[in-house]
Design a protein around this ligand. Structure first.
Ligand code: GTP
Ligand code: MG
Length: 301
């Protein structure tokens, strides 16, 4: 049984008790964790998901004992073994700090790599946007890669960086590094968000952010998704120039696109907007020009 909202540990245990052992109970966050778990392909993503699950279920041992207490008169009479959750909590604490250490190590390697790229003069362009908006499809096209796309929410969990070389008539080197990253979703629980915070905060050092919007979504959905992107970006990626890419124009009409642009402009007032299709490649030459132009502007600023 899946609940679309977040449930408290107490609610989960009460529902489980009613339904019996054969039916699994998932709330919104546990479902997201399952999707994360299924998709995580890199060591970093796997560790992040395990950490998020450990933090999310940390209070469950205590809750489980408390719930049993509701039916058992034996509870609360003292004696060793009365609080098995203490062992559970201490084991969880140990695992959490071990994983945090492993993640610190992986991230420090990534930081070195970023510093190297910065020193080597590479400009960095990061792809962001709601999950399934078409970021990886563009990444694959620009970087001649074949990363997985379209497997449903959170197809991409780790960041990937590749060099993109653009040909220029002026024969100047306009290459840049493109970074693909995890997609946004609304109302992600802070415990889950924090697990992926570092993934997003890696992007704060970028020179330009391409914010992907699925232009084929219904207007109300565009509104909701763009608002949630705005919130996340204000919190974690503020200060980086943004180019909004309204994607999937191959499967939408001009009239619909006009409405999409109108909604986006209500939420992001000054940013640049381009209409593209990652799938067919429509307007990608214009996109590359715009990227080069915006990166050059940043240099002269
Ligand atoms: N018609 C159409 N479909 C597209 C376009 N771009 C992407 N798609 C499809 O949209 C789905 C999601 O694409 P992805 O590239 O995986 O999206 P993503 O933003 O990387 O998703 P996450 O990794 O989950 O954040 C896939 O089925 C793509 O084939 C486009 O321009 N037009
Ligand atoms: Mg992706």
């Amino acid at each position: 049984m899946i609940f679309t909202q977040q449930l408290s540990a107490g609610q989960i245990f009460r529902i489980k008790k009613k339904l019996g052992d054969r039916i699994r109970v998932l709330d919104r966050n546990l479902l997201i964790l399952e999707i994360f778990e299924k998709r995580s392909a890199t060591k970093e993503a796997k560790l992040q998901v395990t950490l998020a699950r450990l933090r999310y279920t940390f209070s469950w041992g205590r809750e489980s004992v408390r719930m049993q207490g509701i039916t058992s008169e034996q509870m609360g009479r003292g004696g060793p073994g009365q609080y098995p959750y203490k062992a559970y909590e201490s084991a969880s604490r140990k695992r959490i700090s071990k994983i945090e250490g492993q993640l610190r190590e992986i991230r420090s390697k990534k930081t070195h790599l970023r510093e190297y790229r910065g020193k080597a003069g590479f400009r960095i362009v990061a792809l962001t946007g709601y999950t399934q908006s078409g970021k990886t499809t563009l990444f694959n096209r620009l970087a001649s890669e074949s990363k997985e796309t379209g497997m449903g929410p959170f197809t991409t969990l780790s960041t990937f960086a590749r060099k993109v070389s653009t040909s220029s008539q002026r024969k100047t080197d306009n290459s840049f590094i493109i970074i693909d990253s995890i997609g946004f979703i609304e109302d992600l629980n802070p415990l889950l968000l924090n697990a992926f915070h570092t993934t997003l905060s890696e992007l704060v050092n970028s020179d330009l952010i391409l914010l992907f919007v699925d232009g084929s979504d219904k207007i109300e959905i565009v509104k909701r998704k763009v608002l949630s992107a705005r919130k996340i970006m204000d919190k974690q990626l503020s200060g980086v120039p943004v180019l909004i890419c309204v994607n999937k124009i191959d499967i939408t009409t001009h009239e619909h696109l006009d409405k999409v642009l109108e909604e986006i402009r209500k939420i992001f007032d000054t940013e640049e907007i381009l209409e593209v299709s990652s799938k067919t490649g429509a307007n990608l030459p214009e996109l590359l020009c715009k990227i080069t132009e915006m990166l050059a502007m940043k240099v002269t600023q």
